[in-house]
Design a protein around this ligand. Sequence first.
Ligand code: PLP
Length: 415
Amino acid sequence: MLDVAALRREFPTLQHGVGGRRLVYLDAAASAQTPRVVLDAMERYYGAGRSNVHRGVYPLAEAATAGYEGGRAALARFLGADPRGVVLTKNATEACNLVAYGHVRRHLRPGDAILSTVMEHHANMVPFWHAAEANGLELRHVPITEDGRLDLGAARELVADGRVRFAAVTHVSNVLGTINPVAELAALVRAARPDAVVHVDGAQAAPHIPVDLAALDVDSYAVTGHKLCGPTGIGALVARPELLEGMEPFLTGGEMIRDVTLEGATWNDVPHRFEAGTPPIAEAIGLGAAVGFLEDLGMDAVRAHEVELGAVFLSGLRDAPGIEVHGPEDMADRGAAISFTVEGVHPHDIGAVLGDRGVCVRVGHHCCKPLMRELGATATVRASLHVHNDVDDLEPLLEGIAAARAMFARPAVSA
Ligand SMILES: Cc1ncc(COP(=O)(O)O)c(C=O)c1O
């Protein structure tokens, strides 16, 4: 059981109310709040340990290198991965682009196909669409069922001809909340094409459910620090080192080389080959502290808390009049993002009314425009949970929705 009252005190932003009201932060799926322990780690680097990494031989520089590499090692431990497979990037978007440029554009040729799904965030869709256009590849999309799950029967048919050499799928949908059976999907893809590479977008999974990459058996996994209670400006592509070995560098320059002559260059070992220039040092240190914070809470406890709270949220939303919740019914099948629409009221009006009441939710297409078209919506409201939320956050949410309905909902026009 998480002690939420105590945990809330660890997040400085949550100490600031809005107009005398408690700040109800229900937007961790966009960006999680940062606990003090992360700020302290970054402050120690800037205040007492500031130096560049991988070059100086004086103790300050060696300590900075140890801090940066410590962030990489902590993330590897957190995800059950080999640190040699952890490429630190700017965010999850860059991680998806890295695999699109480094692997897909380098190795896939006309006649090959990419498997994706209709529920992908643009970050895990556009880089592969772009690569497909550049290399003349076919794109195939797994559809969803009525309750927002991947249609695995359709997926099986989509890979049957053995032409799918790369698959990109999200672990947890940032709109529907669906937890996808990525291990099953990976097995299905590889059954049709044993050398296919399976890339997973873990941006909405790693902060909320225990992730063991060795057990998932996928080839690469993208995460982003700011959703993991870490700083902005850092993320990672966590891959099998062998996949990285076969990838073309995406950015070139200093730090990523072994040798440079006037005629050419040879590349550094992985993962450094993919980290050109001075990296985000304070951010890596902060990310290490952030995953340490989550590990101290225990990811099983984090998940149990969000399942319990999510169930209360879902039933509260379903009992309220005029609300349609998207995605699977049961918290056992979903992560911490809960999207809904309110009959007769535009999501932006809901968001504005809630915002005035100190309730922070995300409204819009959530960078999932193709999925919005599938749902027949232009936008939804999304409330998302994290370790600092409790049932006290539900009441202001429901009250705010009711107030918005009273203000904006048009009565049904009778014939
Ligand atoms: C599922 C998913 N993938 C990828 C991203 C992109 O993360 P970032 O903007 O940090 O690159 C997000 C962010 O909202 C997301 O929800």
